[in-house]
Each structure stands twice: as C-alpha cells, then as structure tokens.
Design a binder for this molecule. Sequence first.
Ligand SMILES: Cc1ncc(COP(=O)(O)O)c(C=O)c1O
Length: 379
Amino acid sequence: MMETATGSRSLRGLARPELQALRAYEPDSDGIRVRLDSNESPFDLPARLKESVLDQLRAIPFNRYPQRLAAALKGTISSRLGVSETQITMGNGLDEVIYIILQTFGPGKKVVIQRPSFTTYGFAALAAGADLRAVPLGPRLELGVAGIIEEANARAGAPADGPCIAILCNPHNPTGGRMAEDEIQAVLQATAALVVVDEAYVEFAGGSVLRLLEQYDRLIVLRTLSKAFGLAGVRVGYSVSSSEIAAELAKVRQPFNLDSLALSIAQTALQDGAYCREAVARIVQERERLASRLARIPGVTCLPSCTNFILFRTDQPEAATVRDALRRQGVSVRIFPGEPMLRGYLRVSCGTVEEDNAFLAALQNALADANHESLEDGE
Ligand SMILES: Cc1ncc(COP(=O)(O)O)c(C=O)c1O
C-alpha cells in the first residue's frame, strides 16, 4: 500500500534531528565524458594483474566466508608497512573505516575536524551521535593545528568526560596542502585526544606519520587503495593503530565487511606495488603540467597541491557558474556549495593528458563565455 503524504512526513520525523539537516551524497555522472570530480586515478589496474585476479577467482570457493583471504591481505599490509597484523582494521573503502571509528569511539564525544575537509568525517560523526566541532582553516585556506588543539582542550560545552577525537586530513582534501609531522605530533602532545590522521593521498606526498604509532597508542592512521592504487571501484581501505584500538574497532566492524573479490584484487595490487609507483609518478608529472597550464589562464589562481587534485578559483564569484558551464561540455569537477570559504573554488582531479586538455579547453570556453555575458550585461 502507498504511504500517504502525512505518513511519510511522520516517518521523516523519526530520524534524529541532526540527520534531518544533512543531504545524502548523490553521485551524478549523466552525460559526463571526462570525470574529474572524485579524485579517482585515471589509471585502471594493469591488464596483467586483472588476468591474475581472474585466475585466482576460479580457485576461490564462493560458498565460503572470506576469512582466509582477509587474513592474507592483512599479512601483506603488515609486511609492507612493518606493523603487526593486530594493528590493522580493514574496511569496505576508507569511508567505512571512518564510520567504524566514529561508531566505536564517537557517541556522546566531541569530534574536532578542520573545515573545510573531507565531508565523510562530519556525516560519520553526526550519524554516531557525536558532538561535531569544525575548526576553520586560515583565511587563505592555510592548514594549521593551533585551532584544533584549542578546540580539543576546550572544556566549555564539552558533552562528555574523557578525551575527544581529532580528525586531521593530511594531505588535505580539498586544499591539496599538507601539514608537517611536527604539527601532527604537536596535537598528540598538547591534547589527550584520539588523533585520526587520514593519509588517503600520502603516496603523492610522502611524510606519513605511521612511525609515530611507536610513541602514541591513541593515534590512528588511515589509508585507502582508491587513489594511488587506482582501485576506487573495489572499495578497500584500512587503518593502522595500536592493537588495543584495533581490538575495539573489531567489535563494531562487520566480520565479513570485505568480499572475496575485493580481497583478491587488493592482494594482487599490493603484492605488485610497481604499477602503483609508476601511476603516482605519471600523476604527479601531469599535476605539475595541469597546474602550470591552469595558472596561465587569465583570472585563474591555483593552490599548491601535493595530491592528485588541484583546488583553484577563477574570476567568477560563484563556482557553480563555472561548474555548470564545464558540465555542459561533458566535464565534471567538484564545487563546495556548503562551504562559504570555498564559494569561488573548484577542485579538479588529475586525469590523463587527454582528459586534462579537454578540461582546460572547456574551462577557457566557460570563462570566455561568462566574461562575454557579463560585458553584455554591463552594456
Ligand atoms: C581524505 C579522504 N579520505 C577518505 C576517502 C574515502 O576513500 P575510499 O574510497 O577508500 O572510501 C577519500 C575519498 O575521496 C578522501 O578524499
């Protein structure tokens, strides 16, 4: 039977008030030829590795839960990073790991994040019933930890006793910048917070804080195979923490959250490694070319990036004008409607040379048209 209008309204009322203010993520790729909005890698897993995965799949019993494959992948991650298997928590994408961490430690706790930063932190914190505190970046989108430390230590209005959670995105999405290890260490030294450092883009930048895990048992480092490894569609991410923290996360994580297919692909990708290094080198080279071409377009200013994307602004005050004009030409980039500090900014992922050239040409058209229209308006 159909719900009445009143019926669905009252159902919406069942949701927690903090969730009612949120809008669910809506992927939107209709008519898009060049997708540069999600910081994906332009490079798929090489064909020889795909062949190897297909061979392995023939031997995998699909009627069995995948615990053996999960243990094998943990083993590979632990030897790559030089940590114990008991320190690793795997997730169906890093997004899921973030949700698991906040479900485990977040309810009723203060969660301090940078604003702007990766949107999942806010969603996961609110879904966990945490008290979300967003600390703005500097006026020129500078990263820094002074505000994070102050907010983490602030007593006023603190919802619950005990340490809070501070989440630092490093390298930072969406600015593309990064903080030095000393700054992360300063947060660990100056607060009692559980410090989560999201290193989704670390392969493009270096400077991981993994080695601080030897000193701090309340540090969690996050990694994903979605970016440098080019496996966004496979959904594999993981955290590295103290074994004590991992043991708590294991109570909340679904036991079989990664399927046999994802586990086999991730295993094959991590065991090779060479293709990832090559992809990173190509992406970094292309990023530099893209940045210098962008900077030559009149009215365009780019932020320096150590990731696989670039944040830039144009002479148009509203980023949506430019985003829409790019879309009409089959190119998608990201804008940030909910972030006042990023009103005129757009984020473009580094694609192949051909994709980036298509984007650059579309951007030049979009800006020429917008300026032409504003001249006509002024006549
Ligand atoms: C900073 C950051 N963390 C985590 C993720 C999520 O990664 P995954 O695809 O593994 O869920 C992203 C994806 O864009 C990201 O930018």
